[in-house]
Design a binder for this molecule. Sequence first.
Ligand code: PDD
Length: 289
Amino acid sequence: MSRVYLNGQFLPLAEACVPVLDRGFLFGDGVYEVIPAYGGHLFRLDAHLDRLGASLAAVRIGNPHDREGWKRVLQTLVDEAGPGDCSVYLQVTRGADVKRDHGFPPPEVRPTVFAMASPLHPPPRERLERGASARVMADIRWARCDIKAITLLPNVLLRQAALDAGDDEAILVRDGLALEGSASSLFIVADGILATPPKGPALLPGVTRDLVLELAQSHGRPWVERDIAEAELRCADEIWLTSSTREVTAVTRLDGVAVGDGRPGPVWRRMADWYRACKAALRSGEECP
Ligand code: PDD
């Protein structure tokens, strides 16, 4: 593996060590981002750094780098990862004090900053063509799901419950509304209109979600941000899940029942083409859309 970044240094992974009193380890007290890079170009980097800034501000951790500083660190990791596509994981925790205490540590305790690049293998064509299966589950997460916190135990349990049921992802429902996946944003197509729940504290403002809406807008495909009732999810013509690592995936089975005709739908097909074109543009150094 290429080198990782830890607190100002680029190191081999085996030499990157964090004290056991780090608050990320003790409390899950930190935030993170996952950013794809295609052909050496970080995808939607400013949007990811904006969201990182918002997460840090929400949990009151000072941003350890300015934008140029982040770009230097992340681009170095991407450059060292070689020519293939990769995804960069970064996390910032509230750092390591000399004792365990729920209250914030004194200001001299600096945040712990870690980042690494991993190979990114987008789903193979036949997998995309088959689509994914999802299971509806009660959302057991907290009230600030808009913060990209490393405290992911509910998401981990929900994803595993879906996997145990033989499915790929959990779609989370709270107060009768379908919100998002355990690690993905949610879209449906109903009456020809693409719909996704509005941003707010109940869900993560997905960067891929925003790109999908921009692509819909620029290609004249009608879309709306609105609440999606669980009952509507169950009779949607198409369901999609989106994320930086899984791109735009069609859900073809929901709770064991076929979505539409059980194959990825025509609107997904168009969006998948637009998304592919966007990645190709980025690889040749162009902006998209
Ligand atoms: N997760 N909602 C949740 C709860 C997520 O964890 C993610 C991404 C998304 C999609 O966000 P984006 O399009 O910005 O990747 C929505 C990342 C990939 C992860 O935890 O690995």
